[in-house]
Design a protein around this ligand. Structure first.
Ligand SMILES: [Zn+2]
Length: 231
């Protein structure tokens, strides 16, 4: 009896040991071969904290909130393709919380994240406003001195024009922009103004999850399109 139990215990112990060794080996090999993303994208959700940006003409939603929702959706799509993503802000807070007058500190913090990351590209997400409330649509801005930035902006704009054609009835061209986030680093950068919160139709759409999904997907496709030209 004792001999039988001992034998069984030996067998069980052996099986457990082998299982542990196999699982350790699998873990070690997974760690050794876990691919480090070759491409890293900085996604910048504009505004945050006391600086909410513009707000929805009817909904009252803050631009900062919509920007963050869109950035997180784009992040999910990129990560599913094993593309590394660094967010300049991950929540509703700004990068400098003392007051709105410290906006330059907030922007400097965003610049530091970009420089520390050495990314393949930077995409900053915003929503627009305009005194003429009929203005609508998604438009991309680029730094004129950056050829790659222009290519990136064009790729995203071409993809967003699918949405612009469907909802606004026309396509848009990319525009030159003198914005800090575009020229604070040499990395290819684009600002996407996803729609006009000063327009009631865009305001309603920008608040809809399925429309947010469409925007995120097209921006994601635009990023992939750019990457296919540089890889
Ligand atoms: Zn903005």
């Amino acid at each position: 009896m004792f001999f039988v139990i001992k034998k069984r215990m030996l067998i069980i112990t052996g099986v457990v040991l082998i299982s542990v060794m196999v699982s350790l080996a699998v873990t070690a090999s997974a760690m050794a071969f876990s691919p480090t993303p070759a491409v890293v994208v900085v996604l910048d959700a504009g505004h945050g904290g006391k600086d909410g940006g513009t707000s929805g003409v009817n909904s009252g939603v803050s631009e900062a909130e919509i920007n963050l929702i869109l950035v997180k959706k784009i992040e999910g799509l990129l990560k599913a393709q094993n593309i590394g993503v660094i967010l300049t802000r991950k929540d509703e807070n700004s990068l400098y919380t003392e007051s709105v007058t410290k906006k330059h500190r907030d922007m400097e913090a965003r610049k530091k994240i970009i420089l520390d990351t050495c990314p393949t590209l930077v995409v900053s997400i915003h929503c627009n406003k305009f005194p003429d409330s009929s203005r609508r649509g998604a438009q991309v801005f680029y730094e004129p001195l950056s050829e790659k930035g222009k290519t990136l902006a064009l790729s995203i704009q071409n993809n967003l024009n699918t949405i612009n054609n469907d909802y606004v009835g026309r396509a848009f061209t990319i525009l030159k922009g003198d914005y800090y986030i575009l020229h604070c680093s040499a990395y290819p950068s684009a600002i996407v103004e996803c729609g006009f919160l000063s327009n009631s139709e865009d305001d309603a759409l920008l608040n809809k999850p399925d429309y947010q999904d469409k925007l995120a997907y097209r921006i994601f496709c635009g990023i992939l399109g750019y990457l296919s030209t540089v890889e």
